[in-house]
Structures are given as C-alpha cells and as structure tokens.
Design a protein around this ligand. Sequence first.
Ligand SMILES: NC(=O)c1ccc[n+]([C@@H]2O[C@H](COP(=O)([O-])OP(=O)(O)OC[C@H]3O[C@@H](n4cnc5c(N)ncnc54)[C@H](OP(=O)(O)O)[C@@H]3O)[C@@H](O)[C@H]2O)c1
Length: 197
Amino acid sequence: MQILARLCMSADGYVTTPNGWPPQVVDPAHVPGESHGIPEFLQSCEAALMGRTTFEPALGNDRWPWPDLKVFVLGSHRPAGTPDDVTLDDDPVRLLEAVRSANRGGDVHLIGGPRTIDTFVGLGALDQLELVVLPFFVGAGMRLTDSLDPDTGLSFERSRSLPGGSVELVYSVSSDGGVPLARQAGWSPLSQGRRQD
Ligand SMILES: NC(=O)c1ccc[n+]([C@@H]2O[C@H](COP(=O)([O-])OP(=O)(O)OC[C@H]3O[C@@H](n4cnc5c(N)ncnc54)[C@H](OP(=O)(O)O)[C@@H]3O)[C@@H](O)[C@H]2O)c1
C-alpha cells in the first residue's frame, strides 16, 4: 500500500478558488470522475483519505464521488448524512491504523485538503505527490501546504500533458529529494547581492 496525494492546482499556485472550491471545478475541461487523468490514477487505488472540510460537500452531490473506494475521513464530528461505511476519526494516527488494517494491497488516494496533507506528511506517511497544474489563474485561495517545501524530499518522477491544457507532475517522497541549491543562503545573482562596503 502506498499513500498518494493528488491535487489540482491553478497556474498561480492555488489548490482552491477564492471561495473554497477545488479549482478544477471551474475548468471547462472538467468532467467529474473522468477528466484530469483521474480514472488512470484511481486504477491502483482502493481507498480515499481526506479531511472533514473536503469530505462534507460530497454529501450534497448528485453523484457520490468515490463509488469504488473505501472512504476514511479525519474529523472531529460525523456530518449528518455520512454513509455508515465511511470511517471517521479525529486522531490521525488511529485513522492511519484503520486505513492500514483495512488495506488489501491497493493504494490510498490522499485527497486533501492542505491541513490533512500537512498532518499525514508530518506523520511521515506520504509516499507520492501528484500535482495537476491547470492552465488558468484563480487569483487567490489556499496554497498547498507549508510542509511540502523542498525539505520534504520531493523527487521528480515524471510528467504528462492532459487534455484541456493541464500538466500532471509526479513526485516521490524520499529523504534525498529536493533542490537544495535553490535555498542555499548567499546563492543569488550578483545584481541582487549585498554591497560589501
Ligand atoms: N485542489 C484539489 O485537488 C483539492 C483537493 C482536496 C481539497 N481541496 C480544497 O481544500 C479545502 C479544504 O482544505 P482544508 O485544509 O481547509 O481542510 P481539510 O484538510 O479538508 O479538512 C480539515 C479538517 O480535517 C480535520 N483535521 C485536519 N488535520 C487534523 C489533525 N491534525 N487532527 C485532527 N483533525 C484534523 C479537522 O476536522 P474537524 O474540523 O472536524 O475537527 C479539520 O477541520 C477545500 O476548499 C477544498 O475544496 C482541493
């Protein structure tokens, strides 16, 4: 079992619109469950893991977004209408244990949002990050997560173009990942260097 985070991100770096929707929902190419490479991604997945804020809007959807996945939610209360077979817990360590003990060998789609990804990155549970960069700006919203800075150890694995102009970027999470030179103190163009006088 691997835990795979996959999020859509606007070209200006936001994983939500200014009003809190995932940015892919305003993409003309968006078809729920079909676009942005999601069917291929889900082929290896048997479970979905997400925070309560991300989970709750699905309860009002016409279409249940995770028909073939066992659903696990991190949250302190069970929203009205939550199906009985959804596992909800307010303790991320306990929830991770429940995910692992239910697992039959498939992968887990860590859907988000940023707070929940932070939590599982903090537990060292993330194996892979996939970003789908959308071909438009939204101007404001939530950014991915402070935990996913270069020190997290993201190693680029592959990319591909998707219909509608999006680009999928796949990173593994490993201790030797990252681009340390980009953050090295004092490594800057001479034109931006401090004067020595
Ligand atoms: N771009 C994408 O592909 C994508 C994907 C998913 C989500 N999103 C967006 O992300 C936004 C939501 O992100 P978010 O970060 O605000 O919320 P979130 O991670 O979906 O859920 C946050 C909730 O999860 C619980 N939680 C998180 N960390 C916890 C911890 N360490 N211990 C205990 N409980 C914890 C808490 O639930 P309680 O409040 O019940 O205690 C918390 O309020 C939405 O706007 C959604 O549209 C975007």
